[in-house]
Design a binder for this molecule. Structure first.
Ligand SMILES: Cc1ncc(C[n+]2csc(CCOP(=O)(O)OP(=O)(O)O)c2C)c(N)n1
Ligand SMILES: [Mg+2]
Length: 407
């Protein structure tokens, strides 16, 4: 009888586990009975996060809360039609981006995707930039020419993503190759979704980075879906971390909704890369609680699945338990962080709302070294004139003729 595959890799794991059977100094912890175990209930002494200060651990909460609140604000703006283009949420996945980016040094570079807003915030992107970018304002980082979080700043350590899935893997292979060739003590981190692992670009980039032993960490964020495609239809592999075997690199897997486990497993891979040990593939087990984008009604998701993850495995709810029980965080302390986040998001929204839309000529700036100056507004004089004067080939007849059908 054919073995049913796929469902096994939807179960969240606890902590970090070696995924490819190779010897690995992981922070492996035995799963216990609970389906969604509360983090921190295991021995924590071997964990890298054990060396984080209390303030740093509270910081992790701040970044996750900021990510969620900023996205919630974006939803409100989207419904007011103030967001231009799609809106992509990381609801329920905030721990992945935040915990992993937190394991990097300032000089390291990461390449985020649409669900990694939190990693950009950790790296220094501001809520104001994000809001202006989503609202396509003239003073947004890309002057209104690119949407959502498609912008980068190498000084702050995040590079601008492009949409074709998997393509950032070869890009980051190139980035980390420069680190290696220049003998710089820097590493790179690239995020991909489960869907992106099926692309040729992912394979080529990964293989190249592995062969060259580049200082690169590849995070596969397994959130169960690539648009409407569930992972059972994405891969015949039992789990994504198994792909590490084929590339000859270390593979690790962690509970992506446990921010400390994400930090631990990323720090382990980062340290290996920094020490010359090459690429690590990390599979983070999480769940996409919203549709691919705000317009997607998730009709393809089995009933109850989203609600179950929301009720039982929310990364912020889970971390609040850790904060209270292990860090002794008080209600007042938590409320103060929440209030700080609310204030920052409100202030950034007020500021972003004031910004003007881009000027038409902005479209040319940064594209041409010497942008054309003559008749800058020809395209605003009407489609008819624009087509006739600039595009209509001789022999096509006149505009008027094409409209009326006369020769
Ligand atoms: C090569 C390529 N094919 C298709 C698309 C359209 N597309 C954009 S996002 C997406 C789903 C991505 O799923 P996954 O990689 O799992 O990331 P997630 O959205 O779950 O974070 C698809 C199919 C694309 N951008 N690039
Ligand atoms: Mg996915």
């Amino acid at each position: 009888m054919a073995k049913r595959k796929g469902t096994g890799n939807r179960e969240p794991r606890t902590g970090a586990t070696g995924g490819n059977g190779r010897a690995s100094a992981t922070t492996a912890r035995e799963p216990h009975g609970s389906r969604f175990p509360v983090p921190g209930s295991q021995s924590a002494s071997a964990r890298a996060s054990a060396t984080l200060t209390r303030a740093q651990k509270l910081d992790l909460y701040y970044w996750m809360r900021l990510t969620r609140s900023l996205e919630e604000r974006l939803v409100a703006l989207y419904r007011q039609t103030k967001v231009v283009g799609g809106l992509f949420r990381s609801l329920g996945q905030e721990a992945d981006a935040v915990g992993s980016a937190y394991a990097l040094e300032r000089r390291d570079i990461l390449s985020p995707l649409i669900r990694n807003l939190g990693s950009m915030l950790v790296k220094g992107a501001t809520p104001l930039e994000i809001l202006r970018q989503y609202m396509a304002k003239g003073d947004s980082p890309t002057r209104g020419r690119e949407l959502n979080i498609h912008f980068g700043d190498t000084n702050r350590g995040f590079i601008g993503q492009i949409s074709p899935l998997g393509d950032m893997v070869p890009v980051m292979a190139g980035v980390t190759m420069t680190f290696k060739m220049r003998r710089q003590d820097r590493i790179g981190l690239v995020y991909v979704g489960d869907g992106a692992t099926s692309t040729g670009a992912f394979h080529e980039g990964f293989n190249f980075a592995a062969v060259q032993r580049l200082p690169l960490v590849v995070i596969v964020e397994n959130n169960g879906y690539a648009y409407s495609t569930p992972i059972e239809k994405q891969t015949a592999a039992r789990q994504f971390v198994d792909k590490a075997i084929g590339y000859g690199v270390e593979g690790l897997q962690a509970d992506g909704n446990d921010v400390l486990a994400v930090y631990d497993v990323t720090k382990q891979a980062v340290d290996r890369a920094r020490g010359g040990g090459g690429v690590t593939l990390i599979e983070l087990m999480t769940y996409r609680r919203k549709g691919h984008a705000e317009h997607d009604n998730q009709s393809y998701v089995p009933p109850g699945e989203i609600e179950r993850w929301a009720a039982e495995n929310d990364p912020i709810d889970r971390y609040l338990v850790v904060m209270r029980e292990e860090l002794g965080a008080t209600d007042d302390e938590i409320a103060a962080i929440d209030a700080r986040v609310a204030h920052e998001v409100d202030a950034a929204t007020d500021e972003a709302e004031k910004s003007a839309p881009p000027e038409p000529l902005d479209a040319l700036i940064g594209v041409y070294a010497d942008p054309p100056r003559e008749r800058p507004l020809w395209f605003r004089e009407g489609t008819e004139r624009a087509v006739d004067v600039n595009e209509r080939a001789e022999g096509w007849g006149t505009w008027q003729a094409s409209r009326t059908g006369s020769a």
